[in-house]
Structure formats: structure tokens, C-alpha cells
Design a protein around this ligand. Structure first.
Ligand SMILES: [Fe+2]
Ligand SMILES: [Fe+2]
Length: 172
């Protein structure tokens, strides 16, 4: 096994994960600001999973005797339209799982089966992320603005339930 080869692709994967987690947190902030709780939560949960991927990749790099580069590339895309956010997120996930499939093959050729297994595990996660974004994208296409309005109304209901004079909390 050429450890440097594996360390190189593991660090490339970390750069990809960092890009995704910054972009998803940016989407989370804007969805949260507009009251779209379902999407805000999805972006945040996915960002946290990408951070956990950074941790797994880092552990493997240190085990192989390398160092974690933590390269932060370009700035986040300031996409504020929800359809645009979901499209961009789907594109990022697709690019990630295609890249990790390739990295898994490279690690296998390099006789590094633990790194190969790690990349295969990440492929499963990124495909699931793609699926979740795809589902929300379909919902938005199907229900249009009603889909977003429903999310805002849900938040209003939660708020009013927690305030005096409104809902269960106020009646106690
Ligand atoms: Fe990831
Ligand atoms: Fe992902």
C-alpha cells in the first residue's frame, strides 16, 4: 500500500465535505430565517452528517501517518431561492458519491481495504442525502408555494402554542 496515495484522496474528500457543510449551513440560515423549518432542519442535519464524515476521514488520515489539510476552497454560493438550493444540493451529493466511488476503486487498487470500505460507507450516506433532497425537490414541484407556506404555518402554530393566550401552554 502506498499510504501517500490514500492520504491524498482522503484529504480531497475532506475538502469536498467542508464545502458541503458550509453550503448547507448557509441554506439552513436562510430557510430558518424564512420559517421553513422542515428544510432548515434537513440542511442542518445533513451538514452535521458531513462534519461526521470529516471526522471519519481525519481519523483514517492520522492512522496512516498523514496530516489533515482542512482545505477550505471557494466561498459559498449565495443561492437564496429554495428550488435553487435543492438543485444545488442534489448536484453536490451526486458529485460526491461519484467521486467517492472512484476513490473506493483507487484505494482497492492500492490494497487499502479499510479506506475503500470508508469510501463505500460514504457513498451510501451521500446517496441517501441525494434522495432526501430529491424528495423535497419533488414536493416543491408538486405543491409549489403551498409547500413552503405549510412549513411557515407549522412554525406559527408552534409559536402560538407556546405563548400565553394561545394553545395548550397558555391554557394551563
Ligand atoms: Fe459527506
Ligand atoms: Fe452528503
Amino acid at each position: 500500500m502506498d499510504k501517500e496515495k490514500s492520504i491524498k484522496v482522503l484529504n480531497e474528500a475532506i475538502a469536498d465535505e467542508l464545502k458541503a457543510l458550509h453550503q448547507y449551513m448557509y441554506f439552513h440560515f436562510h430557510c430558518d430565517d424564512k420559517g421553513y423549518d422542515l428544510l432548515a432542519d434537513l440542511f442542518k442535519k445533513t451538514a452535521i452528517e458531513e462534519m461526521q464524515h470529516v471526522e471519519l476521514l481525519s481519523e483514517r488520515i492520522l492512522f496512516l501517518g498523514g496530516d489533515v489539510e482542512m482545505v477550505v476552497g471557494e466561498k459559498v454560493e449565495k443561492e437564496k431561492d429554495v428550488a435553487g438550493m435543492l438543485n444545488m444540493a442534489k448536484g453536490m451529493e451526486e458529485k460526491s458519491y461519484e467521486m467517492y466511488n472512484d476513490f473506493a476503486r483507487q484505494c482497492s487498487d492500492n490494497n487499502d481495504s479499510a479506506s475503500r470500505r470508508l469510501f463505500e460507507q460514504l457513498v451510501d450516506d451521500e446517496e441517501r442525502h441525494f434522495d432526501q433532497y430529491d424528495l423535497e425537490s419533488d414536493n416543491l414541484n408538486k405543491y409549489g408555494d403551498n409547500y413552503l407556506a405549510l412549513q411557515s404555518i407549522e412554525r406559527s402554530k408552534t409559536y402560538s402554542a407556546g405563548q400565553p393566550g394561545g394553545g395548550q401552554a397558555g391554557s394551563q
